[in-house]
Design a protein around this ligand. Structure first.
Ligand SMILES: CC(C)(COP(=O)(O)OP(=O)(O)OC[C@H]1O[C@@H](n2cnc3c(N)ncnc32)[C@H](O)[C@@H]1OP(=O)(O)O)[C@@H](O)C(=O)NCCC(=O)NCCS
Length: 143
């Protein structure tokens, strides 16, 4: 498996959006709007591939000078639990640190809080609802 940054609009990006739809949106009866995808042009798009097959992904969105928000973390359902999510987290944090960012945060689905806790993220603030699911903000300092 290899991890890489991919280009918006590329064939890899189309596979990424399809994976995100399968894992993050379709189960909730939702999809992406063109506007949402258009807004990703200036974001960092990360994907894990085994040859031509996409296994997982995430998106890094700069929200201010020192902070990146990690979004759209998804691993293909038949390969979850094999360390791919952990590899994506580590790759994403390395990119954020290389770019000089000091903090990473995410809007964590409550069902994924335990996953992010493995990498040292802590819940901050109060619960909220996004895509009809309970979420918490989680954050950590990148050292
Ligand atoms: C959450 C997700 C990205 C994790 O990726 P993964 O490849 O399955 O995770 P890994 O195999 O790398 O797991 C790393 C560690 O986190 C743990 N873990 C994984 N998912 C977890 C979860 N939902 N809750 C608690 N712990 C979890 C694993 O047991 C493993 O622990 P270990 O190091 O002690 O063995 C993936 O399961 C997924 O895509 N889920 C559905 C979409 C989703 O919820 N995305 C997050 C939205 S905020």
């Amino acid at each position: 498996m290899g991890l890489k940054q991919i280009d918006h609009g590329s064939p890899e990006y189309i596979k990424m959006v399809d994976l995100r739809n399968q894992i993050l949106r379709k189960p909730l009866g939702l999809t992406f709007t063109n506007e949402e995808l258009e807004n990703e042009k200036n974001e960092i798009l990360i994907a894990a591939f085994e040859e031509d097959e996409i296994l997982g992904c995430c998106v890094l969105c700069p929200i201010e000078n020192e902070r990146f928000r990690l979004r759209q973390m998804a691993v293909k359902d038949d390969v979850q639990g094999k360390g791919i999510g952990a590899s994506i987290m580590s790759f994403a944090e390395t990119i954020a640190k290389d770019k000089g960012y000091k903090y990473m945060l995410m809007h964590a689905r409550d069902s994924a809080i335990g996953f992010y806790e493995k990498f040292g993220y802590k819940v901050i603030g109060t619960p909220f609802v996004e895509v009809n699911l309970p979420h918490h903000i989680m954050e950590k300092e990148l050292i």
